[in-house]
Design a protein around this ligand. Structure first.
Ligand SMILES: [Zn+2]
Length: 289
């Protein structure tokens, strides 16, 4: 399915909201089935002066434009690759100007198009050691999912340590290891502007534990400590504006034509909510032991 968009898109996208009909839903994959909202394109919109939302209704992807090139953060599912490239162009950003690709965690619903994006842009794919291995395997032997959610393998070009930054065009992107949803989970912070004021943006990774074995997990013996570190780190991120790989979980509604962020959430609130859900699940699994 080709997703040619009208030329007016570039103008429409200059506003913080969007008011144009979205393109048709992206096709379902045969191996890894996802809900429709995760494959529903939306018109790209700005979340800050240089930061765009270019993902689908249910899966975030961001584009940060600097004077020396652009940065893509996450991509969603594999079949979103062409849509992302079209969205990048629609913001007025040449594909070849994308210099860095950052990502949150190596699961098929966020890392799916990273290999295709890297191929199309020639950008440097930035990860950490833990995530890079899973990226390179395309999700094979995931500690929670085995081989059930696979994606096109991607080779990381640069591996960061916790709190290290990568810089492009005067914007510094700092990685914060938030080992929870995956042991290699990464959250990112950078400073943009909005209404002529600095705006600290936090792209905080998933903190959920969907169906995970939390006690005596042979593949992740220190899983509880990891989650608690993740919650504490996210709670304390510099965070004027919070976005996450699953936008609806932190108060965004990317398909809404009037207000794409109807319920702004703080990093502290996000971490507290996630921790509460985690403790409930923990209590349940404790009883079942
Ligand atoms: Zn995930």
């Amino acid at each position: 399915m080709h997703l040619l968009r009208p030329l007016v898109l570039a103008c429409a996208a200059l506003t913080f909201g969007s008011a144009f009909a979205a393109a048709p839903v992206l096709p379902q994959a045969t191996g890894y089935q996802t809900r429709e909202a995760w494959r529903q394109p939306v018109t790209p919109f700005r979340v800050a002066d240089h930061t765009w939302y270019i993902g689908t209704e249910g899966l975030s992807a961001l584009l940060v434009v600097t004077p020396e090139g652009a940065v893509v953060i996450d991509g969603g599912v594999a079949q979103a690759a062409d849509m992302l490239l079209e969205n990048i162009v629609a913001t007025g950003t040449p594909i070849g100007s994308v210099k860095l690709i950052l990502h949150s965690h190596a699961h098929a619903d966020h890392a799916g198009p990273l290999a295709a994006l890297k191929r199309a842009t020639g950008a440097t794919l930035v990860s950490n050691a833990e995530s890079a291995v899973l990226l390179a395997r395309g999700g094979i032997d995931d500690i929670h999912y085995d081989d059930r959610i696979l994606f096109p393998p991607a080779q990381a070009d640069r591996l960061l340590q916790d709190r290290e930054s990568v810089e492009l065009g005067g914007t510094s992107f700092t990685v914060h290891f938030t080992p929870a949803h995956t042991p290699g989970s990464m959250s990112w912070t950078w400073t943009d502007t909005r209404d002529s004021k600095p705006l600290q943006i936090a792209y905080a990774d998933s903190l959920s534990a969907p169906g995970y074995r939390l006690f005596d997990n042979p593949r992740f013996p220190r899983i509880l400590e990891a989650y608690r570190q993740g919650f504490a780190t996210v709670a304390n991120l510099p965070c004027d504006l919070l976005i996450a790989p699953h936008p609806e979980g932190v108060g965004w509604a990317p398909a809404a034509t009037d207000d794409p962020q109807p319920r702004p959430m703080s990093c502290r609130e996000y971490a507290a909510q996630a921790q509460q859900a985690f403790e409930q699940e923990l209590a349940k699994q404790q009883v079942a032991r």
